[in-house]
Design a protein around this ligand. Structure first.
Ligand SMILES: NC(=O)c1ccc[n+]([C@@H]2O[C@H](COP(=O)([O-])OP(=O)(O)OC[C@H]3O[C@@H](n4cnc5c(N)ncnc54)[C@H](OP(=O)(O)O)[C@@H]3O)[C@@H](O)[C@H]2O)c1
Length: 284
């Protein structure tokens, strides 16, 4: 059996745990490792990180938590989807495997399940795709994908040899940022490419939206839960909220199991409309 098998359909868990802002401050490390451990014990099976986050600090927090969780039997390695990202300036023929090796070391793993180009830089896309494919062929990466790619970037990728092997596009998508629903999300859905929705609760802002909170309360939900339930109900969309607080971790996991009735969906569509024309992809 090869180290990777791209003939298998690639499916992601319904929700993931973000780790941006983790690993930046040594005094918070213990709480962050504990939060990731708790998330894994609760049932999160996708964790999202990047070499950029805390310049390796978030990967190292994740590595410590994963080692503890695997040792304790909270989770099996084959159930986990570990996602990391390469900086655009590292995404060259030689730089990509070097960055991946550094990430693997910090994560304490032999494979990154999904390795993304964090955003487009000046390295030719074909060079990056070749480097990612090599990593996949060597089994160091399970699948590869992209982040912050708009429709024109995706079209360019699809025209490259092997470009259609891209397994995900991670973009800013939330109730507060509806742009991708205009054309990027339909483009991805038509090709069966998951959209990983980053900043799905608008970095906490949507949780403070009073009218949304009032509507959510009628359903027995918080505003953040309603925002996540709405995302997870869309085909191919996987929200990856970041949370450290235990209550947030629990709330967010429970939210994606909640179906939404037609009246709630209609209210959200009216209050947070899809832009009538294509807008540039928002990037945080
Ligand atoms: N590819 C990219 O370019 C890119 C860009 C941005 C983000 N990302 C990824 O996406 C992940 C999520 O995005 P994000 O961290 O920017 O923002 P986010 O997940 O929308 O928001 C995180 C903030 O919301 C708070 N929060 C979490 N759950 C909550 C709840 N149920 N109620 C109220 N507040 C809640 C968190 O607080 P506590 O932590 O205190 O619990 C934290 O302050 C990142 O961590 C990262 O992995 C990727």
């Amino acid at each position: 059996m090869p180290a990777h098998d791209t003939s298998q359909a690639f499916s992601l868990p319904r929700i993931g745990l973000g780790t941006w802002r983790m690993g930046e401050d040594a005094s918070r490390r213990g709480a962050e490792v504990a939060a990731v451990r708790e998330a894994l014990a609760l049932g999160y099976r996708l964790v999202d990180t990047a070499e950029m986050y805390g310049e390796g600090g978030a990967e190292s927090v994740l590595g410590e938590a994963l080692a503890g969780a695997l040792r304790a039997g909270d989770v099996r390695r084959d159930e986990l989807v570990v996602v990391s990202k390469v900086y655009p300036h590292n995404a060259t023929r030689r730089g990509t495997p070097a960055a991946c090796t550094r990430s693997l070391k910090r994560l304490g793993l032999e494979r990154i399940d999904l390795y993304l180009l964090h955003w487009r830089g000046s390295v030719p896309l074909a060079e990056t795709v070749g480097a990612l494919q090599d990593l996949q062929a060597r089994g160091l990466v399970g699948r590869w994908g992209v982040s912050n790619f708009d429709v024109d970037d995706m079209e360019e990728l699809w025209a490259l040899e092997g470009g259609a092997d891209c397994a995900a596009n991670q973009v800013y998508y939330s109730l507060g940022e509806r742009g991708p629903a205009h054309s990027l999300l339909p483009w991805l859905q038509a090709r069966g490419v998951p959209l990983m929705a980053y900043s799905p609760i608008d970095q906490g802002a949507i949780a403070r939206d009073a009218p949304l909170a009032a509507r959510a309360a009628e359903l027995g939900l918080t505003a953040a839960q309603l925002a996540l339930a709405w995302l997870a109900a869309q085909p191919g969309v996987v929200p990856i909220p970041k949370a450290v607080r235990s209550a947030h971790l629990r709330e967010n996991l429970a939210a994606v199991e909640r179906p939404l009735d037609e009246a709630t969906r209609a209210m959200l569509a009216e209050r947070y409309p899809i832009p009538s024309r294509k807008t540039p992809l928002a990037i945080i």
